[in-house]
Write a protein that binds this ligand. Structure first.
Ligand code: SF4
Length: 465
């Protein structure tokens, strides 16, 4: 839920939090620099992006066919495929499977889709303890907070805050400056959970239709522990994450880690094709794949279909001036930044997230960096149009915009109002800028220019230009 007031309050809190501003600036600058460097190493990156766009468009045009192929091949490899129309159905399937197997503890690798369906809460209500094993996800689970970035869920946390959380969990004091010790403690505490868990839950970065395999991209190795140590593995995958062939998946992988973290490939690229075979020394006895719709299929064939091409790399968050100031929590959704501003209203309801289409300067930087060249600014504008049609904007904005439209449509009135404003601004104008009181200018560091003494139109008429 993100009303305009809630977004503004969340953003204001974030902007005033100096520690958070430092963390956001540092992390996003690092991601941006490393992405730029990694892509510069590819000789044909623009052609590769065009090719990837073509693959994603063609795949979505025949999504039903590719999903059926994926299901057939996954089942032929021994996996069991489940279809979930919405979040409630996905939660029911997963908790049901866990209960059938008498699971009391489930380890999880990072999955934004599981955040989307609030899976942890459902597992806890069913008496199953979920343990996040991606370091960032585990930190925010211990802090009982939602993620603040698609690929760096705990990037808002300082090492002091992390040390405090780990100390509480370990039952002993851990120093914030000894990062290797902190990670070693995390590894020790999580390893015990890996061995105890009756179920491993993962997401899926890609589902490859031609073999029914899922691909998981991680940097910490926890994904492999989650998918191979417990006897049962459940993968939750959005239906749009399909690549028809391994050639298509290879293009996807060439762009994903480079766009996300600036790595040529993530440290671990794991492929799961069904459960363990007879000759395998380890691996799960059962693999279940839950294909989640949750509003995605309704976007097919609409002006918003393109958003399904997203591969959740996070590059648009790192470049966005709004995200870099407001941080992830202000968005009130697991998906933040420009992609969150488009996909949250589309998946969860425009009425619930009315603020998000406005949470953009429409500078176009997100389109520039997106590996799939997704035109987020176009869709933000389309959503804004829908908001106007549905009367969702707060009344002061509706009244202001309605009045502005009326004045701009009547030349004489516009001249009169402009002249009145020129006189009225005198007490507020200073060095060509307006010093407006707080509520009229929330971004205090940026001041509106004052109206010029003479308009362009008058200067033109008088031959001054
Ligand atoms: S919209 Fe593009 S840049 Fe943003 S997360 Fe998705 S794929 Fe990455």
């Amino acid at each position: 839920m993100t009303s305009t007031t809630q977004f503004r309050q969340g953003a204001t809190i974030a902007i005033q939090d100096i520690q958070l501003q430092g963390a956001l600036a540092g992390a996003t600058a690092k991601f941006r620099a490393e992405r730029a460097h990694a892509l510069s190493e590819l000789p044909d990156v623009e052609e590769l992006r065009d090719h990837f766009k073509a693959i994603r468009s063609a795949t979505l045009a025949k999504l039903g066919h590719h999903l059926e192929t994926f299901q057939q091949n996954a089942e032929a490899a021994g996996a069991q495929v489940h279809w979930a129309r919405d979040a409630a159905e996905a939660r029911e399937i997963i908790t049901g499977l866990a209960q059938q197997h008498g699971v009391t503890l489930a380890t999880k690798s990072k999955s934004m889709t599981s955040e989307e369906i609030h899976l942890n809460q459902a597992l806890e209500e069913a008496g199953i303890q979920p343990v996040e094993t991606d370091l960032g996800e585990w930190i925010i689970q211990l802090a009982e907070e939602p993620p603040s970035h698609i690929i760096g869920p705990a990037l808002h946390k300082t090492k002091e805050q992390v040390a405090e959380l780990f100390s509480r969990e370990a039952g002993k004091s851990l120093p914030p400056d000894d990062i290797p010790l902190l990670t070693a403690e995390a590894r020790r505490m999580l390893r015990a959970r890996f061995l105890e868990a009756g179920l491993g839950i993962s997401g899926a970065n890609i589902g490859v239709a031609e073999t029914g395999s899922i691909v998981l991209v991680t940097n910490e190795g926890n994904g492999r522990m989650v998918t191979s140590t417990p006897p049962v593995h459940i993968a939750l995958m959005g239906i749009e994450k399909i690549a028809p062939t391994w050639d298509d998946a290879a293009v996807w992988l060439a762009l994903l880690a480079r766009s996300a973290t600036g790595q040529p490939l993530s440290v671990y690229t794991s492929i799961v094709t069904g459960p363990a075979r007879a000759a395998d020394t380890d691996g799960p006895q059962e693999v279940h794949i839950v294909l989640l719709d949750n509003g995605r299929s309704q976007l097919a064939g609409t002006e918003y279909e393109e958003v399904l091409q997203c591969i959740r790399c996070g590059a648009c968050l790192n470049i966005c001036p709004v995200y870099r100031s407001a941080g992830g929590h202000a968005y009130g959704s697991p998906y933040s930044g420009p992609i969150g501003a488009v996909i949250s209203p589309l998946l969860f309801g425009l009425e619930k997230h009315e603020a998000l289409p406005q949470a953009s300067s429409l500078c176009g930087a997100c389109l520039d960096v997106c590996p799939a060249r997704i035109d987020l600014p176009r869709m933000l504008l389309a959503l804004r149009g829908e908001e106007v049609e549905k009367g969702l904007l707060p009344w002061p904005e509706r009244a202001t915009e309605g009045s502005a439209a009326f004045v701009l449509g009547h030349e004489k009135l516009m001249r009169l109002v402009t002249q009145l404003m020129r006189w009225g601004q005198k007490p507020l104008a200073h060095n060509g800028r307006l010093r407006l009181p707080g509520r009229l200018n929330p971004a205090q560091e940026r001041k509106l220019p004052a109206l010029a003494e003479k308009s362009f139109r008058d200067m033109w008429r008088d031959g001054e230009i």
